[in-house]
Design a protein around this ligand. Sequence first.
Ligand SMILES: [Zn+2]
Length: 445
Amino acid sequence: MKISFHGACREVTGSCILVETEKTKFLVDCGMFQDDETYFKNEIFSFDPCDIDFVLLTHSHIDHCGRIPKLYKEGFTGNVYLTEPTKQIAEAMLLDSAKVFLKEKEHSPLYFEKDVLEATNHFFSLKYNKEKMVSSDVKIKLKDAGHVLGSCVFEVFVEGKKIIFSGDLGNNASPIVKNPEIIDGADVLFVESTYGATSHDSRESGRQALKQAINEVVKNNGVLMIPVFALERSQEIIFELKSFLVKGQIPSVPVFLDSPLAIKITDIYRSFANSFDEQAFELMKRGEDIFDFRGLKYVRKPNQSKKISAIKGAKIILAGSGMCTGGRIGGYLKKHLGNSKNKLLLVSFQVEGTLGRSLAEGAKTVVVDNQKVKVRAGVSSLHSFSSHADQEQIINWVSEIKKPKPKTVFIVHGEEESGLALEQKIKEKLNLDCIVPFSDKVYEI
Ligand SMILES: [Zn+2]
């Protein structure tokens, strides 16, 4: 069968793998590019959507699902196979994207709300570990990827081969979602490499750094801004803040979650508490709401940043987007980046070419919503809250795939440097053949 890569190939965003068997053509993910050439890259598919039979969706991050409505807009009529939490979260994420497109003046929208609803009509949810024939020659099984709620690894059985698509692999340290499931064997493996070159600091050191940032800001009467992804990072940071408060490790300080999308997704999380990892599940079972505490305000109304900023005293603001590329965080950055008593804490991966990446790399002046802003606030990055496995965790996960060991490992979803570093490590430690693919090549497996 033929394999080609239409995104997340020697880069992180735009996940989309096309598999062509004798009888079937399908995609694994159909995500949006989120770098500086975004619009151009998102606008054109390098295949005909009418030819695709179905899509396997690993999870609801927009760089994995963000172009699915566009597929339908351009003639795709098949199903999207996914888990139930992914179905609900992806619908919220895609409706939000359609809204964001309408606000953009430079480009026409990639798709509209009606295209999202057409797509979600074809979302077909499946449970983990149940096999399903999805075409005359393709059988699939979903395993928990432990990355965000509902994320899955796809096991695909076709032409006598077992092929594994990791999607994004979770970080074992995450307290809410479970750890990635072990896969027993594979003929061919596709694995992500976002952190293929690096190790995360321990979650405990991240907690210490977060507490320290909060305590410093409280001492200075300043503002701690934490740009967050609406999915997973928002819920995890709230979970951590609550546990600091319960243990008396930080003073009580107002916390604002200024993201309607994050609020909606938090509600979806609550409704799937049964599938949480042990610690979070036990707390919810005891009747404790892990996503609520005194002092936490969910901000639903728009344009509240001025009002919130005007509230006297120290405060913590969580707002999207996680890479500062849009959303409500912009209003706070403009207001508070220029003051040295404030802090900006980046707790997510920052893609090359984004405002968040410039800030992480120490830019002294940045442009936020066409406004020049001097950076005097302290800026720091924490990688230990990542929802991705780091190099060691990826290697350990791949090493468990033994019966049989994969003959080929395709390394995707990582900047070139990360992909190549992971390739070297997998060859060295596990003695497996690896390919870091190119987007203009077709591979035969
Ligand atoms: Zn992801």
